[in-house]
Design a protein around this ligand. Structure first.
Ligand code: MRU
Length: 345
């Protein structure tokens, strides 16, 4: 069995998602700066996983702080959280998780003058958030599995699996629950250029769990839909705006347009922590732009002429009009999302 991330006595370890599936190796981060680099460099990735990674990074910084006064610890805390917030901009789970640990820290500082008590509190809440994430994902799976019928072919994009969370995943949790209920399913996984989360990570997870699956390159799902090979699309999300517009890995929007054209139901699976009520619409979601070499280079080899220009937006936004439903730990919601999203909180 593997784990995505784990708290150790004085460090946090991550499975290195940059080298899967060829190598299964773990990376130990012994300070919060190393955790921030691990998030930025995508050693750990996926919205819920980076939220918990950031909280573990904050906890590591607090636990290892040499400050012996509450005021000193407060100043250091503020620096640590700003480093964590600057890692990746799109997945709101990161900001949600940091805000939650920040509230715990601030209340704790009001309640005691004992620096060690504050450290203990921050660590205990970070560990509780880790367990909570696994439980929430399990519920998403149970709720979403009611959409899955025996014999269904499911398309997914990117990796919304255990590797993107503490455990189970979001979209993949639905598939895991369906399999557990004895339903025969088959999953198509988009390769997901340029980081290849689908080819490297989703296929690895599904094959480990013996869920029948097939890899396709990103330009093939239209062909499959036109030939009635896809019954449902289920993907994860990085940020869902208050009106239901949903950001997910680049390419999801194209899949949504195709699904809509071919009348294939299009579902997003995400915890409530991915819903950002402060962002009214999809156009307000910040889209991370990553290094152009992620597009120009594969496995260390340039695949285009020297000096070629490229673009690399890491996410795109699917408008609510193309979304059939959103699967959450509190149930599945349907349009109008402006109303159904609010009813969840
Ligand atoms: O750039 P990544 O790999 O962090 O992007 C991940 C995704 O887009 C996932 O689909 C999303 O975070 C949902 S994970 C349960």
């Amino acid at each position: 069995m593997f784990y995505t991330l784990k708290w150790e006595t004085d460090s946090v370890s991550f499975i290195d998602q940059r080298v899967l599936p060829l190598e299964e190796k773990y990376i130990k981060c012994s300070d919060y700066q190393q955790v921030a680099v691990a998030i930025k460099d995508m050693v750990v990735r996926g919205a819920p996983a980076i939220g918990i990674a950031a909280v573990f990074g904050v906890a590591l910084g607090v636990v290892k702080s040499k400050k012996d006064t509450i005021q000193g610890l407060k100043e250091e805390f503020s620096h640590i959280t700003s480093v964590m917030r600057a890692t990746r901009p799109t997945a709101v789970n990161l900001f949600w998780a940091i805000k939650r640990i920040e509230d715990v820290f601030n209340i704790s500082c009001l309640e005691t003058n004992d620096v060690n008590k504050v450290k203990e509190k921050v660590l205990s809440v970070a560990l509780a958030m880790y367990d909570e994430d696994a439980n929430i994902n399990k519920m998403i799976g149970v709720n979403g599995s009611e959409l899955i019928e025996d014999g269904m072919n499911i398309l997914t994009h990117c990796n919304a699996g255990a590797l993107a969370t503490v455990a189970y995943g979001t979209a993949l949790s639905v598939m895991r629950a369906a399999k557990q209920q004895g339903k025969k399913i088959h999953v198509y996984a988009d390769e997901t250029r340029p980081f290849l989360q689908g080819a490297r990570l989703t296929m690895w997870e599904l094959m480990k769990d013996e869920i029948p699956c097939t890899l396709l390159s990103d330009n093939m799902s239209g062909y499959l839909m036109a030939n009635n090979k896809i019954d449902i699309v289920i993907v994860g999300a990085d940020r869902i705006a208050a009106n239901g517009d949903s950001a997910n890995k680049i390419g999801t929007y194209s899949v949504s347009v195709l699904a809509n054209y071919h009348k294939v139901p299009m579902y997003f699976a995400a915890p409530l922590s991915t819903i950002d009520l402060k962002t009214p619409e999809g156009c307000d979601i910040p889209i991370e732009q990553r290094s152009l070499d992620e597009v120009r280079v594969i496995n260390g080899k340039k695949i285009c002429p020297e000096g070629a220009n490229a673009v690399n937006p890491s996410f795109d936004v699917t408008p609510n009009s193309l979304i059939t439903g959103i699967i959450t730990e509190r149930g599945i919601i349907y349009p109008p999302f402006n109303e159904s999203i609010r009813s969840l909180f």
